[in-house]
Write a protein that binds this ligand. Sequence first.
Ligand code: SF4
Length: 214
Amino acid sequence: MSVNATREDTDVSRRLLKLALDGEIKDCRRCEGMNKDRVTASAPGYGSLRSPVALVGQSLCQKCMESQVPFTGGSGELIDKSIEQAGRDKEDVFISNAVHCHPPKNRPSHEHEIVNCSPFLHRELEIVRPRLVITLGRDAERVLGFFYPRARTSKSRLVIPRGRLPRGAPYIFHAKHPSWIQRQHDERLEADYVSGLAAAIRWSFGQAKEEPDG
Ligand code: SF4
């Protein structure tokens, strides 16, 4: 079988797995009061299933619930700028959340919601198998630490890892949540944040070129 045929098979299998998972997320009622249509609804992870990078936020904001795309508007504009500065479109990367539903009034997620929802995120990451995961905020940081306890990590600014990454675990970059950055009202900080994320996203796509079958 040719390399292209193998890759197409893998793509089909990824799409099928993701479709089934999306359905499970939409039907999920593990957390009381969550996943109610137009009130606390869920959105599965968004974007390319072949992306070398996954961005993981906290939970679904109101606008994101309406658009069904994580990081829509608000502080998500910093994420959009980072992706654009990296020379990519939003659908080129994979974006999800530690909690897939919209907590009422954007309140912080409850511990049981993070615990209940983390298997969905883990399965998404197992489908996409990104080389780099960028966590955006504390909930995502904690959850990724549980998923990949031996993963190599960097915090605040991406430190390019030396040598090949171990197979089976992504490199993890723990970044601040963009809403925290916006709350500082510091243009320089925002610009540094955007360029730091853009550099990390660019690096992941460079890795994908070097290790096309990774
Ligand atoms: S937050 Fe996650 S686990 Fe809880 S109901 Fe929504 S989809 Fe299910």
